[in-house]
Design a protein around this ligand. Structure first.
Ligand SMILES: C[S@@+](CC[C@H](N)C(=O)[O-])C[C@H]1O[C@@H](n2cnc3c(N)ncnc32)[C@H](O)[C@@H]1O
Length: 273
């Protein structure tokens, strides 16, 4: 399977170098703008000590660990992921913390839990990679107890912008990257999908992640690799891609590189009978 960041998260274990994906997750987990988005989504769960909670597509497990801390020793936080590589890293990173999450392998489309067992369920940057995001949200709604929140955080790659004088190349590259995802427009659909999963009290907010260094954009959007793939697919000429990247490198050296992506946070509550 390809090691491209837009497609490889759908099956990290089958990629040539899973560390590419681990590095991307580590980078974003430490990015200040992303930290604020993660923390806001955790607060939206409204968890209390003693609760049980689920983080679907937990990756390296940082948010499952935060949820474990929130529900305390009398509660339970579960981090579920389809990738054994991610789960092994997550278990390692959770280390010997006094209150640790439980990590489980599984597919978001068929959660291995009974109805209504969780006080809250969360998913971040995973629905963009699954074939049917609505099926995963319906499963999250099923395993949430009445009155509990389902919280989703996803980007919308149609909102990705990069400052460039080469508008044609910038547009083509952004479109090519967006269309590489299974669900590149997932962000704008979150509120509707939560409603379709039978949830009420829907709230949606947008938060921009601004990256002002090319190295950051490479780690998160793999700009150079995307340009190479766009050339190979015939979406850009070699010369146009090279000129586009040269300008970005020049701007980066001058401290004026700018890119931004909007993440949408959405939540919906499981209705009480
Ligand atoms: C971009 S990462 C996000 C990880 C984590 N939520 C974070 O914010 O750092 C997407 C994660 O979803 C997992 N994943 C992809 N498809 C999945 C599926 N169908 N069911 C469960 N997990 C899945 C991947 O293995 C990966 O760990």
């Amino acid at each position: 399977m390809s090691d491209c960041l837009a497609t490889g998260f759908a099956g990290c274990d089958k990629t040539e170098d899973p560390d590419v994906f681990v590095r991307c997750l580590r980078y974003l987990a430490a990015a200040p703008g992303m930290r604020a988005i993660k923390d806001e989504s955790l607060a939206w769960l409204g968890l209390a000590p003693g609760d049980a909670a689920l983080d679907l597509g937990c990756g390296l497990g940082g948010e499952a660990a935060a949820m474990a801390g929130g529900v305390g020793p009398s509660g339970l936080a579960v981090g579920l992921d389809a990738s054994r590589v991610m789960l092994a890293r997550a278990a390692h990173e959770a280390g010997q913390a006094a209150v640790r999450p439980v990590f489980a392998a599984g597919d978001g489309a068929r959660l291995p839990f009974a109805d209504g067992v969780f006080a809250g369920c969360r998913v971040e940057r995973t629905l963009q990679h699954v074939p049917v995001p609505g099926a995963a949200l319906a499963e999250m709604a099923r395993v949430t107890r009445p009155g509990g929140w389902v919280v989703a955080v996803e980007p919308d790659w149609g909102t990705f912008v990069v400052d460039s004088s080469r508008t044609v190349e910038a547009r083509r590259l952004a479109e090519f990257w967006c269309d590489s995802f299974r669900c590149g427009w997932i962000g704008r659909g979150l509120g509707r999908l939560l409603a379709e999963a039978g949830l009420d009290g829907i709230e949606v907010v947008g938060r921009s992640l601004v990256l002002r260094e090319l190295a950051a954009a490479e780690a998160v959007y793999s700009l150079s690799d995307t340009a190479d793939r766009a050339v190979a697919a015939g979406a850009l000429s070699q010369g146009a891609a090279a000129s586009f990247l040269t300008e970005l490198r020049r701007r980066d050296a001058a401290g004026t590189f700018f890119s931004s992506l909007t993440f949408f946070l959405a939540r919906g509550r499981k209705p009480r009978p």
